[in-house]
Ligand binder design. Structure first.
Ligand code: GAP
Length: 434
């Protein structure tokens, strides 16, 4: 299977099974915006919940939920108004627009005609809108292009309210918007996406140590989601690649079907952001260390991940095509803890009271585990549907159930079948899901 095929198959599975739909599809779709369906939204919640719990259950991390709209001065101070730009060129023949660095030869990648492109002009990636009823420049605000700035401008509020001491961090999950010139690769690069960002405030001089610590923590966290280690790597940014705020940066990359690409960044942002906000706002954003009787602007180590990109990593990593007893099957081997549905319950046949019994088992389980009941089609087809959906366990009520109140529990990955007493199903599943 070629890598292009894999992406096409993944997109089609995501639609078929209700993971991801194109936005506004009945109107022909809206470029680079995607909607999460019933299974997609569950997977997304599981990913975000896991990140949130693992971050804010630490005694040294607090949570925050800042607004998407912020004072426009925030983006002047942060450098985004001036520097959050990409060079844009236009094909003079077909008028398609590209990032200048994407054009490798002198032929247009779309119309293929050899001719000239317009001179590059810098294009700011921030979406603009207006606050209030008057559409004038004074009322212009931006949709945030990163969640981080909401944390920086709340640094002192959180510090004072939580009585934390440095080193400590602030974590936030939320939407971000970038008017990307060339979005693409499904949910990899979109114009509306979600970020999970954590800003860790440290004493200057200890930043290198904390940078190493968080780089390692984040890579290990990715492995803890079941992502194959050989598909993950850390790549340090070269001087030319560093963002305007970063002193040092590493990408956590995954080997996608379209090559190695970043899906989370760990950045040493020094005192750049707090220093810039202090200067522009005229308000002190310093930390006072009582024990040492010293005052300083903390350095910031940032871990910045995209929820949607991580979703693509998880889906691409879990996608397998296999042959089972001469029959092809597609399976999403998502970690049971992350899988949207944990269990499906089937009657082997639609008679002898089996459907009623399986319905009862389903009703008992669904308050504890996201579950699905399916009576239609052959048992093989029902298994295939759940394999594609990524459901780790399938319970089948059969003739023996009527005699001894046991059912089979089939493991999605090994296909092994355990016989389990109906009364013990809940405990059995809880243990297997972990
Ligand atoms: N606060 C730092 C920051 O925003 P970034 O490297 O620009 O750093 C962090 O973005 C993460 O956000 C990326 O690793 C990626 O997962 C996600 N991201 C950025 N732009 C994106 C886009 N257009 N579509 C989807 N995810 C995006």
């Amino acid at each position: 299977m070629s890598n292009n095929d894999l992406m096409e198959k993944l997109v089609s599975l995501c639609k078929r099974r209700g993971y991801v739909f194109q936005s506004s599809e009945v109107y022909g779709g809206l470029g680079s915006v995607w909607d999460y369906g019933p299974l997609g939204v569950e997977l997304k919640r599981n990913v975000k919940d896991r990140w949130w719990r693992d971050m804010v259950s630490r005694p040294d991390i607090e949570g925050l939920d800042a607004g998407i709209l912020m004072h426009p001065e925030v983006w002047v101070a942060s450098g985004h108004v001036e520097g959050f730009t990409d060079p844009l060129v236009e094909c003079k023949n077909c008028h398609r627009r590209f990032r200048a660095d994407e054009i490798t030869g002198d032929q247009c990648p779309i119309c293929g005609v050899k001719h000239e492109f317009t001179e590059p002009r810098m294009f700011n990636l921030m979406f603009k809108t207006f606050m209030g009823p008057v559409e004038e420049e004074a009322a212009q605000v931006y949709l945030r292009p990163e969640t981080a700035q909401g944390i920086y401008v709340n640094f002192l509020n959180v510090l004072n309210a939580s009585r934390q001491k440095i080193p400590f961090g602030i974590a936030q999950i939320g939407k971000a918007f970038r008017n990307e010139i060339t979005p693409g690769n499904f949910i990899f690069r979109t114009r509306e996406f979600e970020q999970m960002e954590m800003q860790f405030f440290v004493k200057p001089g200890t930043d290198t140590e904390w940078f190493d610590y968080w780089r390692n923590e984040r890579l290990e966290w990715m492995k803890s989601l079941g992502i194959r280690a050989e598909k993950l790597r850390l790549e340090q940014h070269t001087r030319e690649e560093l963002a305007h705020y970063a002193y040092d940066a590493y990408d956590i990359q995954y080997e996608f079907p379209f090559g190695w690409q970043e899906f989370e960044g760990i950045h040493n942002r020094t005192d750049y952001d707090l220093g810039a906000h202090q200067k522009r706002s005229g308000k002190k954003l310093e930390y006072f260390d009582q024990s040492a009787n010293e005052r300083y602007i903390p350095y910031i180590i940032e871990t910045s991940g995209g929820v949607d990109r991580l979703m693509l990593v998880l889906l691409a990593d879990a996608y397998r095509e296999e042959e089972v007893e001469g029959e092809a099957r597609v399976v999403l081997s998502l970690q049971p803890k992350l899988a949207p549905l944990k269990v499906a319950v089937f009657p082997l046949v639609k008679k002898d009271g089996m459907p009623e019994l399986s319905q009862k088992i389903y009703d008992d389980l669904r308050s504890r585990f996201p579950a699905f009941h399916d009576e239609s089609g052959s048992i093989g087809r029902r298994y295939r549907r759940q394999d594609e959906a990524g459901t780790p366990f399938c319970i089948t009520v059969d003739g023996q159930t009527l005699e001894d109140e046991t059912v089979t529990v089939r493991d999605r990955d090994t296909l092994a079948q355990d016989r389990v007493a109906v009364g013990k199903l809940s405990g059995y599943l809880a243990e297997r899901i972990g």
